[in-house]
Design a protein around this ligand. Structure first.
Ligand code: DOR
Length: 456
């Protein structure tokens, strides 16, 4: 291969390596026309004999996968392991790393609940390689200065990709708009006031105008805050959710832009979203594991550990979430990972904080409920955890197992049975209604940009 001694740009290949000592991987990678650098200066890892599932292309076959540096270089049978690190994935699934559109990492301001350091490692344990963090921090993610400081913290402390979601209104108070363009330029990938739904329709209109201009989604939490405030901590009714979903669908249809409905929990909201989509409104939605796995039938609704917004609902709504997933109406599974300190749950129901620490149980709960109990094809569930959220969040180089994409991967053991023990969570938040539950399907290893960031 001496003639290959300079720089190469292969037309059509997404990954291009410029280097002094290049050899073409004979036979194996020739088909994908990828040049592999093999001069010892670059990390090369072969994941051997895994069942590679890629929801975008529909690939589902036993293959080897070569990682060079931070990217996937090729997927072939029998890739040479010579002078390369080897990860044995025999009997395991190799999937794109999970992507969560909705987590609370609590920094800045609530470091006693979670930090970027602990949260990112908890995400890695859950199989996540990229997450979108919500702006309900202190200060809220509402200025370029706060975002800059957060980005520096992420750079320093995170082991995975963290994408901030910018606030629609200052301090998420619903009073004064933030500068949406400035937030976008500071790196936000979406706009949302999260748990404090933007109640003023004019503010929402402005958010959709920004969404249209900047091509990022507006994420709505969908809760009629005026109504739930009046209910004072009572479990809020489906109406509080679906009326805001109707409002936001109508605003999105009128103004343009993209609407993403966070953690849908009612059948009416799911129906409305599906209908809007058939009418060409750009709306997508996510469902949280606790909303398709739990209902008032199998959970103690008076326990503070099941107190969450939107609430755990009726068995009819839970079944509607499963049906919506089966029908393809749901675009993503998102955890709404909401870690809290123990004392905020060890109080009476009315005073307890809302939220479930869900990032470390998400795959087990999804595999157990959707694949084992409901017979939903694994590839479909993986799509909701990977490729589809990547599309919604605008992550172009993630969520896919193909040459040239980031080597963000998760290796899964589908046979492993395990029990949820919150004391073993990496997250600071041990607040889970799944405590003691027996689950099947476990994350064995998480790889972010070519580096192992979690290993069982
Ligand atoms: O249960 C929830 N907890 N729902 C939200 O919308 C916010 C979240 C939190 O920040 O704790």
């Amino acid at each position: 291969m001496d003639f290959l001694r300079d720089k190469f740009v292969l037309a059509g290949a997404k990954t291009i390596f410029f280097c002094a000592n290049i050899e073409i991987e004979t036979e194996l990678c020739r088909q994908t026309a990828i040049l592999i650098r093999n001069d010892g200066g670059v990390m090369e890892i072969v994941i051997k004999n895994g069942r590679v599932i890629d929801p975008k292309t529909g690939r589902d076959e036993i293959m080897d996968l070569l990682i060079v540096d931070d990217k996937i270089a090729c997927i072939q049978a029998q890739i040479s392991t010579d002078q390369r690190e080897v990860i044995d994935a025999n009997g395991m699934i190799v999937s794109p790393g999970f992507i969560d559109l909705h987590v609370h990492l609590r920094e800045p301001g609530f470091e006693f609940k979670e930090t970027i350091y602990t949260g990112s490692r908890a995400c890695a344990k859950g199989g996540y390689t990229s997450v979108f963090c919500m702006p309900n921090t202190k200060p809220a993610l509402d200025t370029k200065e706060t975002l800059q400081a957060l980005k520096e913290r992420i750079q320093k402390d995170s082991v995975i990709g963290i994408y901030p979601v910018g606030a629609i209104t200052q301090g998420i108070k619903g009073e004064v708009l933030t500068d949406h363009s400035e937030l976008y330029l500071s790196g936000v990938k979406a706009l949302s006031d999260d748990g404090r739904t933007t109640m003023n329709p004019d503010h929402m209109r402005k958010a959709f105008e920004a969404s249209k201009k900047l091509n990022i989604p507006v994420m709505t939490h969908s809760e009629d805050h005026d109504l739930t405030e009046r209910l004072k901590g009572e479990i809020y009714p489906p109406k509080a959710e679906y009326e805001i979903v109707y409002r936001d669908i109508n605003l999105c249809a009128e103004v343009g832009g993209k609407l993403h409905v966070s953690h849908v929990s009612t059948k009416e909201a799911a129906n409305a979203i599906n209908e809007a989509r058939t009418n060409h409104v750009k709306v997508t939605c996510e469902v949280a594991p606790h909303h398709f796995a739990l209902s008032d039938k199998n959970v103690d609704m008076t326990s503070t550990l099941s107190k969450v917004n939107p609430p755990i609902r009726s068995e009819e709504d839970r079944k509607a979430m499963i049906a919506a997933i089966k029908l393809g109406w749901v675009d993503a599974i998102a955890t709404d990972h909401a870690p809290h300190e123990a004392s905020s749950k060890e109080t009476n129901y009315e005073n307890a904080s809302f939220g479930i620490s869900g990032i470390e149980t998400a795959f087990g709960v999804s595999y157990q409920t959707l694949v084992i109990d409901e017979n939903i094809p694994l590839i479909k569930v993986l799509s909701l955890l990977t490729y589809q959220p990547a599309q919604i969040g605008g992550l172009e180089n993630e969520g896919v197992i193909e040459a040239g994409y980031y080597a963000n991967l998760v290796i899964l053991d589908l046979e492993s049975k395990w029990q949820v023990i919150s004391n073993q969570f990496i997250s600071k938040g041990k607040n889970t209604p799944f405590e003691g539950m027996q689950l099947q399907g476990e994350v064995v290893r998480t790889i972010y940009r070519g580096k192992t960031v979690y290993e069982r």
